[in-house]
Design a protein around this ligand. Structure first.
Ligand code: CP
Length: 328
């Protein structure tokens, strides 16, 4: 593999993603996912060294446009763009003309007219980024759309697992919790299976309906059964803000049946990784003790998010023909 951020030593043009946008994992191939994960290795090397900046996206502009709250995704996209020497604008939705009724498309067209090459968007409506992708020249990067997909979260999760286990091929991964409302779960179900893992969804029938079997996964409504022989225990946040009605009796009931603590972690393999996308409802879906235990990779997930997002920005064309000399 060429060192990340530089063209191949042969003088051949660097291999990049053919797609303009990163909207969803579902339509992507295993080879495309592996291209991103392979490039992430090089970018992780860059972010852990003393001089953390490369000139790869010098002259490019990345705009972060978040219509929903975020800590990890927004901060890591901003840092990723800065580490690649791009100009970064964090668009403030609250003080923008969105509040005067400007449409999403008009807003993004305006941002593009100001020179954006990449627009990183989180939006509450599933499909918002796909709608923009076919109407805007800039590369649209989905930072989460409703309960549809959160592709860079799945990429950083798969990178974290691959880093620890060497491969996802043949691994058993249990995803626990609010699958129904989770864009993280949907992106991970696609990504983990494309990379060769066996996925079991665990939770109450109201949050893990039978129709999810269409994704090719197994389903268990019993935590002990679902975690048996698992290599990865991936617990999700209970998304109280997305629940239109009560889908379980109480948080206490949920914790009693599906909360992960040190004892329940033992239902999985002794070397199983514990993961969570964050932010966590501590004491509901996972205890603080479990989050901090030696099997937990929750902090690694956050750290790896930066390198994965650098790889994504590098590999997408930025809405324009690439200047292959920009990173020399
Ligand atoms: N996991 C995740 O998307 O976290 P943020 O909402 O903090 O970005």
């Amino acid at each position: 593999m060429a060192k990340a951020g530089r063209p191949a030593a042969t003088g051949a043009p660097p291999v990049r993603l053919k797609q303009k946008d990163l909207i969803a994992i579902e339509p992507m191939t295993r080879e495309e996912l592996e291209l991103i994960l392979d490039n992430t290795v090089g970018f992780k090397d860059i972010v852990t060294r003393t001089v953390k900046k490369v000139p790869t996206l010098r002259g490019k502009t990345v705009v972060n446009l978040f219509f929903e709250n975020s800590t990890r995704t927004r901060t890591s996209f901003e840092l990723a763009a800065r580490r690649l020497s791009a100009d970064v604008v964090n668009f403030d939705v609250a003080t923008s003309s969105v509040n005067k009724g400007e449409s999403l498309l008009d807003t993004v067209e305006t941002i593009q007219a100001l020179g954006a090459d990449y627009v990183v968007i989180r939006h509450g409506s599933s499909g918002a980024q796909e709608y923009l992708g076919s109407r805007i020249d800039a590369s649209i990067v989905n930072a989460g759309d409703g309960s549809h997909e959160h592709p860079t979260q799945a990429l950083l999760d798969c990178f974290t697992i691959r880093e620890e286990k060497g491969t996802l091929d043949g691994l058993r991964i249990a995803i626990i919790g609010d699958i129904l409302h989770s864009r993280v779960a949907r992106s991970n179900i696609w990504a983990m299976q494309k990379l060769g893992a066996h996925v079991t969804l665990v939770g109450p029938p109201t949050l893990v309906p039978e129709r999810f079997r269409d994704f090719g996964v197994a389903i268990s409504h019993d935590l002990k059964t679902g975690l048996r022989r698992a290599d990865v225990v991936y617990t999700l946040r209970v998304q109280l803000e997305r629940q239109a009605r009560n889908l379980f009796p109480s948080l206490k009931e949920y914790r009693n049946l599906y909360g992960i603590d040190m004892e329940r972690l033992k239902y999985a393999k002794s070397d199983a990784l514990l993961m969570h996308p964050g932010p966590a409802n501590i004491g509901v879906e996972v205890t603080r003790e479990a989050m901090k235990c030696s099997q937990s990779r929750i902090e690694h997930q956050v750290t790896n998010g930066l390198a994965v997002r650098m790889a994504v920005l590098y590999l997408l064309p930025g809405g324009r023909e690439y200047d292959t000399h920009a990173d020399q």
